[in-house]
Design a protein around this ligand. Structure first.
Ligand code: MN
Ligand code: MN
Length: 457
């Protein structure tokens, strides 16, 4: 007769039974991660940083027409905003690939195409927020301005102001409490209006006589440093992103706080895993895509055929469907960590816990799993065995109580391609806030999970 211990399931934390060596690995891994997210503030910067790390580990740029062979390490950049890396396996592509897919875009404040104006002696930049944000969280937060401007002659200016020590920063202002009587009675989603999220950009007038002298002065500064004019904002992608560097959180330094964990934390885990993958049986593919936060649209999002084109090329333009049908994908995206201060939105028994390890989400979605990939029992079973064989501490999670809300990831778009897919990622506190928090232990276990995927037999 089976005893209680065999019959009951009790999830364990990463730290339960962890030896000193594991504790050290967890702490060390997070150091590299903090440097990564400090550099990777946008999808472009994340791709550039990932390419730098990959090249240092012997990955070579893939050109269409190349015929990579077993053991080759290659990467392909799609329009500077999405990245695909592969380690070619010993088995043919028709056996399928082991794919991990994360996104490298995060919520932020994008500048409008005519952003700059002067009002009451203050120069401001108009923004349009990107992704799902609680707007009231994004006011009075020190921001940096980063992005790319294409000048009239087609040349590019890469802008970055506010990330380096000593550089000026920017912010969206909020109303002083003394005059906020009306504001404080508004609903949270109306407290700050999107149209009022203007970035404080300058206040010192140019000595030249005329109107808009503060605007003139800031344009002169931009022109001197970057060679751009007001018209060049029309062909620009400039974003205000939280400027603070990632830091340890907690007196025990067990957590990391910073901007953009969603989803650069999973991107980093799968990137490090593929850099550490040697001679896999099946071809290992690490995919870092853009535009997840606004529905995976656009040429650099998961809905773009650029991914299919890359895999088709690796297949030798033969048997792409066969390859997809035999593939496995971990859609590596963050989920919510159970927050005891907001316990009412979660089913504690079924939500992911901080330090519970990499979180598998069988389904996401909302209102009856709508819009979810909903992985099969077979896929969960396969991943469960894979993690058990590789010492990966993992847990199951779900995005809040039934009918509480919900969300989605790129999982359904890889599944649409006939790839068995399941969500697996790092639980996050304060998701989509300018300062999010993750556990170092969960990050490390997500890296181990991705390593297990790439090494799957
Ligand atoms: Mn995400
Ligand atoms: Mn998100």
């Amino acid at each position: 007769m089976a005893d209680r211990k065999e019959l009951f399931f009790e999830p364990k934390s990463v730290y339960e039974g962890a030896d000193e060596a594991l504790g050290e690995s967890i702490m060390r891994f997070a150091e590299g991660y903090k440097s990564f997210i400090d550099a990777a503030r946008t999808e472009r910067l994340a791709v550039a940083e990932a390419v730098k790390l990959a090249e240092a580990r012997g990955f070579k740029p893939f050109k269409f027409g190349d015929k990579p062979v077993s053991g080759d390490k290659i990467y392909y950049v799609n329009r500077d905003k999405a990245l695909m890396l592969a380690v070619i396996g010993s088995e043919p592509m028709s056996a399928g690939i082991n794919l991990a897919a994360a996104h490298v875009d995060s919520p932020r404040l994008d500048l409008k195409h005519r952003p700059l104006y002067e009002d009451s002696g203050i120069a401001l930049l108009k923004t349009h927020y990107y992704g799902g944000v609680k707007k009231y969280q994004w006011v009075t937060v020190p921001m940096a301005l980063v992005g790319t401007v294409v000048r009239a002659d087609g040349s590019k200016a890469e802008i970055s102001i506010g990330l380096k020590q000593g550089e000026p920063q920017f912010l969206v202002t909020d109303l002083l409490i003394h005059l906020a009587g009306d504001q404080m009675r508004k609903k949270a989603d109306e407290v700050i209006s999107g149209e009022n999220m203007n970035l404080l950009f300058g206040s010192r007038p140019d000595p030249e006589e005329g109107s808009d002298r503060v605007k003139l002065a800031v344009l002169r500064l931009l022109n001197e440093k970057y060679g751009i004019t007001e018209e060049d904002f029309l062909s620009a992608e400039l974003s205000a992103v939280p400027a603070a560097p990632a830091v340890d959180v907690g007196i025990d330094r067990s957590m990391v706080g910073g901007y953009g964990h969603d989803d650069r934390v999973c991107a980093y885990a799968e990137l490090m895993a593929i850099l550490d993958t040697e001679a896999p049986k099946k071809t290992a593919v690490c995919l870092l895509v853009d535009k997840e936060e606004i529905g995976s649209e656009g040429v650099t999002g998961m809905l773009s055929r650029s991914f299919d084109r890359f895999i088709d090329a690796l297949c030798g333009y033969d048997g792409l469907y066969e390859c997809f049908a035999n593939s496995l994908c971990l859609s590596a995206d963050v989920c919510n960590a159970f927050d005891p201060s907001f316990a009412e939105v979660s089913d504690k028994r079924n939500g992911a816990q901080l330090n519970g390890g990499v979180a598998i989400m069988k389904y996401t979605g909302s209102r009856g799993k709508s819009g979810s990939n909903d992985a099969s029992a077979e896929t969960v079973g396969r991943v469960r065995r894979m993690f058990a064989e590789n010492g990966v501490v993992w847990q199951m999670g779900e995005l809040g109580k039934v009918d509480q809300g919900g969300g989605g990831t790129v999982a359904k778009y890889t599944a649409q391609r006939d790839i068995d897919t399941i969500d697996a990622g790092v639980p996050v506190l304060c998701m989509h806030a300018p300062f999010e928090v993750i556990s170092k232990a969960d990050l490390y276990m997500t890296y181990k999970a991705m390593l297990a995927l790439y090494g799957e037999k």
